[in-house]
Design a protein around this ligand. Structure first.
Ligand SMILES: Nc1nc2c(c(=O)[nH]1)N[C@H]1C(S)=C(S)[C@@H](COP(=O)(O)OP(=O)(O)OC[C@H]3O[C@@H](n4cnc5c(N)ncnc54)[C@H](O)[C@@H]3O)O[C@H]1N2
Ligand code: MOO
Length: 624
């Protein structure tokens, strides 16, 4: 288990792939010019007709024979009778017996004809045949990526069909007994196959033609048969999952039986079990099943091969310098791709690390960028400078309000509403104390907190003690309580009951954890007696999800999370969930947007429709 053939570097892997893809040649195909955007010409294309293909007027006016206008002068106008000219509009055919066009502004209409006061010059205001494109000239060379403007030249030149490189056909084979199609609903233990559709989208982005095969169960024979078919039908093939060494992991065995495995195991994380093989000159990639691992293998390995075969270079993502918001420990065995959120606090760009699990797709969806931690480093210290490869529109970063602290669903609502206003809210959930520390280090604009002081008043004591000259903005009051399964089958009603059930706790430094500790002490319950006291989740919703999924019996959390997961709720305490920030933020446009939203009717309506909140004081400002 877990022993891969190799542990080669990404650079070595790329070299092996380049060598392996060398013999792959793309053919050409003829396609309709109208729909050729983004395709690459296979050969030069020459104009079939001239454009314009007749002598045309360039202006609205009259077509004349210039010889009839020679005598015209400002003081001695020339009269042209009707038969000596023809009225033309821009683009109209100019008859062979005329050779100039006089603009309508330069003529005076009179009885039986027109008067002109200036002689015409031969071919003035006339577009000669082939002015734009002469028949036989080259419109586009070979290996030219067709743009919108090229389509007009091609069509104007009478080229209705273009010969382009065929799209690279990439076969995608999702494997695994646990997989079901997106149109089926998964039972316990089953998983929706979403990887194959993500791969297809990536291949389309690169300009390829994804061919998805139906899900194949964990059977050596079935995988082998499908792979044989795909190798015949496609330029390259992706075999997804089964790349590690579990019971149903056949990737390597199948690849060996049909061709030659060039490597299995690359020192990147996520993505270690990636493999590459050649089956009769067809490149086949073993891409791990975990979605984040899969993304990085696609983005770094398969994409590299794809563009080598396409013989094109792809646009590298932009990189920016940033400072990491907290310490990250990383292994010396692999290069790690760390997903981060970015925001500008003062003059500093701050990168906040997101979830690191290989199965956490939201860490990619939410990421603004990726930091590659080199395998020669043990990690990054808080405040260390890093290079971030940008995944999203960079201009959004200046519009991002960085929030670090406690989580509540209302922050998601605000985030969505800020997006609608052209701003972004980056929320990192590190608990209330983590938020205060981030403000202290000047790495967050705002911190949502809920910390019960000894005097029974929320937040003010903590801000005084740790921050001083800061502002508290009242956001919401919410109910905290026990989230339990529907019907409360274990009859959990007080803190003593927690010693006989499976509890799900929040992380250290979170307000909810501190609230639990406060009540345990008050009720004289020993935390060591609680099964699950050390089991940590990062948000109310993830605690609720554990209980809904029956992997735990009870957790402290807010009513809205219980409602969201259809759980029963036993109220324990009302608490103030407030926003803390430095007073300079009051002038910040991002904060102003935040403030405008929380005091809007739209926000209040949305929050009230969830239930479990009180908005009486929302928007009140307390200077500490
Ligand atoms: N004992 C060891 N176990 C594992 C090791 C190891 O070295 N020793 N490596 C781990 C690493 S690292 C990775 S990455 C994964 C690779 O897993 P596989 O490629 O073998 O894939 P599966 O085990 O079949 O699935 C993993 C995970 O991904 C889900 N999956 C699979 N296909 C899809 C799909 N099409 N769409 C969505 N999700 C998919 C699958 O259900 C699993 O949850 O192995 C570790 N294990
Ligand atoms: O290397 Mo695996 O890809 O971390 O999850």
């Amino acid at each position: 288990m877990g022993i891969f053939l190799n542990n080669i570097s990404l650079e070595e892997a790329k070299k092996i792939i380049e060598e392996g893809c060398r013999t792959l040649e793309l053919k050409n195909e003829e396609i309709d010019t109208r729909f050729s955007l983004g395709r690459t010409t296979y050969e030069p294309h020459f104009a079939m007709i001239s454009s314009p293909h007749f002598t045309a007027s360039a202006m609205d006016g009259i077509a004349v024979n210039y010889l009839h206008t020679l005598e015209a002068d400002i003081t001695k106008p020339v009269f042209l009778e009707n038969s000596k000219y023809e009225v033309v509009d821009t683009g109209d055919l100019v008859r062979d017996d005329f050779d100039a066009v006089i603009m309508v502004e330069d003529i005076e209409e009179v009885e039986g004809g027109v008067v002109i006061r200036k002689p015409a010059v031969p071919y003035q205001n006339i577009r000669p045949i082939g002015e734009d494109i002469a028949m036989g000239t080259m419109v586009l060379p070979s290996k030219h990526k067709i743009r919108a403007i090229d389509i007009s030249s091609l069509l104007a030149a009478g080229i209705n069909k273009v010969s382009v490189y065929e799209k690279i056909r990439v076969g995608i084979i999702p494997t695994g007994d646990e997989l079901v199609n997106v149109w089926e609903s998964p039972d316990k233990g089953q998983l929706i196959d979403y990887n194959s559709w993500t791969f297809a989208a990536m291949i389309e982005e690169w300009g390829g033609n994804p061919i998805r095969y139906d899900i194949v169960g964990d059977s050596y024979e079935l995988i082998r048969d499908t792979l044989k078919r795909a190798v015949n039908e496609c330029h390259m093939v992706i075999l997804n999952a089964g790349s590690a060494k579990g019971r149903g992991d056949f990737t390597e065995e199948v690849l060996k039986s049909l061709g030659e495995v060039k490597f299995h195991g690359v020192s990147i994380k996520p993505g270690r079990p990636a493999s590459f093989a050649l089956i009769k000159d067809t490149p086949v990639f073993g891409v791990p099943g975990y979605p984040v691992s899969a993304f990085f293998v696609m983005d770094n390995i398969v994409k590299h091969a794809f563009f080598k075969v396409k013989n094109e270079s792809f646009r590298e993502r932009e990189r920016v310098e940033a400072y990491i918001s907290r310490k990250v420990v990383s292994s010396l065995k692999n290069d790690e791709f760390l997903r981060v959120k970015l925001g500008k606090v003062g003059q500093k760009l701050v990168a906040s690390p997101l979830g690191r699990g290989a199965g956490v797709t939201m860490s990619l969806t939410n990421a603004d960028g990726v930091v590659k931690i080199d395998k020669n480093h043990e990690g990054i210290e808080a405040g260390e400078k890093v290079m971030v490869e940008i995944l999203k529109n960079k201009s959004n970063i200046d519009k991002t309000l960085v929030s670090i602290g406690s989580h509540d669903i209302v922050m998601d609502i605000i985030s969505d509403m800020m997006n609608m206003e052209g701003y972004d809210l980056s929320s990192s959930h590190v608990g209330s104390m983590g938020g205060i520390m981030a403000l202290k280090r000047n790495e967050a604009h705002i911190a949502p907190i809920h910390l019960l002081g000894e005097n029974g008043i929320y937040n003010i004591d903590y801000v005084k003690r740790y921050l001083g000259d800061y502002v508290i903005l009242k956001l919401i009051k919410r109910v905290q309580g026990f989230m339990v399964q529907k019907g409360n089958p274990l009859n959990i009603n007080n803190f003593k009951d927690l010693t006989r059930i499976r509890y799900v706790n929040r992380q250290k430094g979170s307000g909810t954890r501190l609230l639990l500790d406060y009540f345990l002490e008050k009720n004289e319950v020993d935390k060591n007696e609680i099964n699950g006291y050390t089991r940590e989740e990062l948000t109310h919703l993830t605690v609720a999800a554990q209980i809904a999924g029956k992997s735990g019996d009870c957790g402290l959390g807010v009513l809205s999370a219980a409602i969201c997961m259809n759980l029963d709720f036993i109220p324990i305490a009302n608490e103030d969930y407030d926003i803390v920030f430095h007073k300079s933020m009051l002038e910040d446009e991002r904060f102003k947007c935040f403030y405008k939203i929380i005091t809007s009717k739209g926000f209040k309506d949305k929050v009230m429709s969830i239930g479990g909140y009180d908005l009486e004081d929302t928007g009140k400002i307390i200077y500490v």
